[in-house]
Design a protein around this ligand. Sequence first.
Ligand SMILES: [Zn+2]
Ligand SMILES: [Zn+2]
Length: 160
Amino acid sequence: MIEAGKPCPLCQSPLAAKRLDEVTGDESPLRVALRELPVLACEAPHRYFVGHGFPIWLLNALSDAELAKIPAGRRQGLVFRKYACGGCGAVLPASGAGTRSFSARLAWKDSPEFGAEISIPVYRCGACGVEQARCAEELAKLLPAALVHAFMAAGLKAPG
Ligand SMILES: [Zn+2]
Ligand SMILES: [Zn+2]
C-alpha cells in the first residue's frame, strides 16, 4: 500500500502528498488538462497516484459526468461521413467554430479537490445555432488515450 510517509518502492525515500500544477495530455483533437492534481511523490521525484483505483475512477468520472454534459452531434453515413446536430438533426458544417473547454472540479475520496478540463473542437449548427462536438462516441474513444498521455507526461506510476 502506497501512502504518505511510507517509503518509495523505487528508492526507499519517504513519500509525501504533493500537487502537480498542470498535467496535460493530447489525443488529437481532444486535450485533457488536470490542475493541482494530488499525487504521492518522493524527492527523486518518483510519482504515484493517490490511490490504486485513481486512474479508472478519473476516467469514469470524466466520461460519465463531464463528457455527458458536452453537447454533441451524431455520425451518419458509412462511406461518406456526415455529422448531424444532436439538437435538430441538421447536417453540421465541415469546418469547426473553434475550440471550447469544459471544466469540472473533482476529488478522489478524502484527497484534495483538483480541476479537470476537456478541450475539443466545436461545430455550430447552421439551423439551430447550437455549438457542439461532432460526435459523443468519438470523444469517449479519445479520452482514455488523452489521460494516459497526461499520466505518462507527469511520470505517474501505478502503485504496486
Ligand atoms: Zn523514489
Ligand atoms: Zn441544430
